[in-house]
Design a protein around this ligand. Structure first.
Ligand code: NAD
Length: 127
């Protein structure tokens, strides 16, 4: 059955801009899925929001993992019959001198900030 409320997924939604986004969404009666990499923090945010009477759920997600992103989006679609918004917000920043960076640092940045967004976008538009 199709859910009446709008549904949103916010990746990396436990802090900063993601947190600001879901705080606005719940006030607009949107059911928010906080897709986040840390189980403990994600669960505690879900509890906090539900205790306040808002509609929110935490799902564990690492945006660098294509299959996990696909599963989260597929599961939400299947359960609610809709997905209205997908905020590809998860990301990292590194600070310091360029010559201190390693190739692994670059890979991590590209995996999260580029591939993480591509995963969500590609799966989101085809689902
Ligand atoms: N704050 C800024 O000035 C600014 C400027 C340009 C771009 N951005 C981008 O906006 C987004 C949000 O920025 P922010 O300032 O709120 O940062 P933030 O660090 O507070 O939030 C990003 C969240 O993404 C999570 N995350 C990291 N890797 C993840 C992964 N693999 N899977 C799932 N979650 C993961 C982090 O744990 C963090 O909670 C980021 O993508 C950032 O690169 C921010």
């Amino acid at each position: 059955m199709k859910e009446e409320r709008k549904i949103a997924i916010v990746t990396g939604g436990a802090s900063g801009i993601g947190r600001a986004i879901y705080n606005e969404l719940v006030l607009r009666n949107v059911y928010v899925i906080i897709a986040y990499i840390n189980m403990q923090l994600g669960k505690s945010l879900e509890t906090e929001l539900n205790l306040k009477g808002f509609n929110a759920r935490f799902v564990l997600l690492d945006v660098t993992d294509f299959n996990s992103v696909e599963k989260v989006i597929y599961d939400i679609h299947t359960e609610f019959g809709r997905l209205d918004y997908l905020f590809n917000n998860a990301g990292i920043a590194m600070y310091g001198e360029l010559y201190d960076m390693t190739i692994e640092d670059w890979r991590e940045i590209i995996d999260i900030n580029l591939w993480g967004v591509i995963h969500g976008t590609q799966i989101g538009i085809t689902s």
